[in-house]
Design a protein around this ligand. Sequence first.
Ligand SMILES: [Zn+2]
Length: 172
Amino acid sequence: MGRKVLVLNQDYSALSICSVPKAFLLVYLSKAELVAEAEALALRTIDKEYPMPTVIRLHRYVHLPYKGVMLTRQNIFKRDGHHCQYCGTSDELTLDHVMPKSRGGKTNWDNLITACKRCNSRKGDFTPEEANMKMRHKPFKPSFIVFLREFSGVLDDSWMPFLTSKRERIYD
Ligand SMILES: [Zn+2]
């Protein structure tokens, strides 16, 4: 099942997303309550029907040091719109260290950018300035909420009230 459920903290701030079975289990174990459910969709067992959760809220406040959006190849491609940030192509995408790794460049959101194979090898061990290559966007670390709102394909309409900037907290 590809559907995802938005998990709210006890104070209704967006905390994370999880799978439907996980959300269902949290509600079943009384660790969370159902806030919104998918219309016309239900989880069926042999003799019962349960609403399909789309938003749940934890009963207890979770003090999680928020780790942010996971730094993965796919998430960086998503952030960059699946385009090479040098030439704009969407073919043969790779990850480029803006400040080359060989020169101490870090593997993080602020130093990784989507680049096609060609631009990546043209840039080599140079910085964009040295290689005279312009970046369309500077790399940045997306906040969880912004990531969900702007870049994630899993957004559900019922999540929107909880993803307004008013509720957004600064994680870091
Ligand atoms: Zn390119």
